[in-house]
Design a protein around this ligand. Structure first.
Ligand SMILES: C[S@@+](CC[C@H](N)C(=O)[O-])C[C@H]1O[C@@H](n2cnc3c(N)ncnc32)[C@H](O)[C@@H]1O
Length: 401
C-alpha cells in the first residue's frame, strides 16, 4: 500500500473535530472534516491506529474507487471494472451498506442490490465463481456512498460499529453509545482533569458507560482492545504483523496505565438493575477493580474528597422525558441536579447531557459552554458548568440562551 493512501473515518454528528484531533495523533495528514466523516491521508499504521484507538469513530473505510455515474447501467458497468478480486477472495462472504441521496435510487436497498450484483459479476467474469452474500455476519463489508452522480465504494477496515467496545453485556433503557459518552468526556476535558487525579462522578450511571470510558481514557486503554473480530483480517491487503504489533503495544499500554495511580471513578444509580448492569459491564471490560458502582440516589450520596483543581468532573445523562419518564415529571430531576451540584460539588466541573435545552435550563446554574451532540437520533445539548460559589443556584435558571 502507498504511504499516502486516502481513508475515511465516520463518526457521530458534531464529533468531527474530536475525531480529526485523534487522527492527527495517529499520523494522519491532509485531514478534512465533513458531515459525520473525516477524510485523511496516511499509511496502514494510521488506519489501523484509528481502528484500534479511536474513541470517537464509527467505522474506518478504505476507498477502492470514486467515480461519476448518471444511470444505474453506468454505475453497474463502472463497478464491474473495479478489481474487487484483488481485495478479497471469492471464498469470503460479503455485504453492502449503501447511503444514497439525490440519486436515481429511491432507497438504499435497491442500491445494495445493484452494487452486490456488480461485485459478484466482477468475480464471475474473472474466475467463473461468485462470492456469497451474508447480510448479517459478512467476512467483508463494503460501504457504497452516492450523492447526486458522485459514487464511492469503500472497504470497511474496522469491525462492525466501533462504538461497540464489546463490554456492554448488560443494557439498561436508553444507554448512551460508547463513542458519544467518550465525546462528552473529551469535551469536558476529562483527559486533563484525570491527569491531575481529579475524581469522576456519574450521578446516574445506567449501564456504566461514562465510568468505563472515563477509565479507558485515564488508564490509556485502547477502546478496540476487547473486540475479538477485526474485519480487515479478511482483506487481502491486511498486514497481520503490523496489526498484531499494535494490539500487543495496546496491551502493554493498558497494563502500564492500570498500574499507575488513577483517578477515583464513582458511579451512582438508584435502580438496582442498572447497578447490576453497570457492574457486569465493568467485569466484561475487566476494570471492575477501578470503578466504584454505588446503589444510591445521587441526592443522598456524599461527594468524594479530592485535592485536585478542579476537584473532578461530575457527569450525568439524566432521563430526557422522551424515552424514559415524561418531560413534565423529569424537570425536577434537573433542578435537584443543580441543587446537588451547588451544595455538594463546589470546585468540581460538571457536564450534563440532555435531549432538551429547556431541561438543561432547569439545572439553574450558569453554563459556561454548550455543545450539540446526537444520542441516537435525539439532538442533545451538553451543558458544561464550573461549580463555584459565584455561580449561584437559581430555581428557574434562565442562563442557557
Ligand atoms: C438515561 S439513563 C443513563 C444511561 C447511561 N448514561 C448509560 O449509558 O447507560 C438514566 C439513569 O438515571 C437513573 N436515575 C434516575 N433517577 C435517579 C436518581 N435520583 N439517582 C440516581 N440515579 C437515577 C436511572 O435509573 C437510569 O439508569
Amino acid at each position: 500500500m502507498k504511504t499516502n493512501q486516502q481513508f475515511i473515518a465516520t463518526c457521530p454528528l458534531y464529533c468531527e473535530d474530536l475525531l480529526k484531533t485523534e487522527i492527527e495523533g495517529f499520523g494522519g495528514k491532509n485531514i478534512n472534516t465533513h458531515h459525520g466523516a473525516v477524510h485523511f491521508e496516511g499509511n496502514l499504521l494510521t488506519a489501523y491506529g484509528t481502528c484500534l484507538w479511536s474513541r470517537i469513530a464509527n467505522t474506518v473505510l478504505y476507498p477502492l474507487a470514486g467515480f461519476d455515474a448518471a444511470s444505474r447501467d453506468e454505475l453497474y458497468e463502472k463497478l464491474l471494472n473495479i478489481p474487487f478480486f484483488e481485495h478479497f477472495s471469492v471464498e469470503k462472504t460479503f455485504a453492502i451498506r449503501s447511503h444514497v441521496s439525490d440519486t436515481f435510487f429511491s432507497n438504499p436497498n435497491i442500491a445494495n442490490l445493484v452494487v452486490k450484483d456488480a461485485i459478484a459479476d466482477s468475480f464471475r467474469n474473472r474466475m467463473n465463481k461468485r462470492p456469497s452474500v451474508d447480510p448479517t455476519r459478512p467476512d467483508i463489508r463494503l460501504t457504497f456512498y452516492m450523492k447526486s452522480e458522485k459514487a464511492t465504494i469503500s472497504l470497511e477496515l474496522s469491525s462492525e460499529s466501533m462504538y461497540r467496545r464489546a463490554y456492554r453485556t448488560q443494557g439498561v433503557e436508553a444507554p448512551l453509545k460508547e463513542n458519544v459518552a467518550a465525546a462528552v468526556l473529551l469535551r469536558a476535558e476529562w483527559e486533563q482533569i484525570s491527569r491531575h487525579q481529579g475524581v469522576l462522578v456519574d450521578l446516574m450511571c445506567g449501564s456504566g458507560t461514562f465510568a468505563i470510558e472515563a477509565l479507558f481514557i485515564a488508564a490509556d486503554i485502547a477502546p478496540g482492545l476487547l473486540r475479538k473480530s477485526a474485519r480487515m483480517k479478511n482483506w487481502n491487503g491486511h498486514d497481520t504483523e503490523l496489526w498484531d504489533s499494535l494490539v500487543k503495544e495496546a496491551e502493554q499500554r493498558r497494563e502500564a496505565g492500570l498500574s499507575k495511580k488513577l483517578s477515583k471513578i464513582i458511579a451512582f444509580d438508584n435502580d438496582p438493575e442498572a447497578v447490576d448492569a453497570a457492574y457486569q459491564n465493568t467485569l466484561a471490560a475487566k476494570v471492575e477493580k477501578y470503578i466504584q458502582i454505588v446503589p444510591k440516589d445521587f441526592r443522598d450520596a456524599i461527594a468524594p474528597k479530592s485535592e485536585a483543581k478542579p476537584k473532578g468532573l461530575v457527569v450525568a445523562n439524566p432521563p430526557y422525558g422522551e424515552r424514559l419518564g415524561d418531560k413534565s415529571t423529569v424537570g425536577y430531576i434537573y433542578q435537584d441536579i443543580g441543587r446537588t451540584l451547588f451544595d455538594k460539588y463546589q470546585n468540581y466541573n460538571a457536564a450534563i447531557l440532555t435531549g432538551d435545552k429547556e431541561l438543561a435550563r432547569k439545572v439553574g446554574l450558569r453554563a459556561n459552554r454548550l455543545n450539540t451532540l446526537y444520542n441516537g437520533n435525539i439532538r442533545c445539548t451538553l451543558a458544561h458548568f464550573n461549580i463555584r460559589e459565584e455561580n449561584e443556584f437559581r430555581m428557574s435558571g434562565k442562563n442557557i440562551q
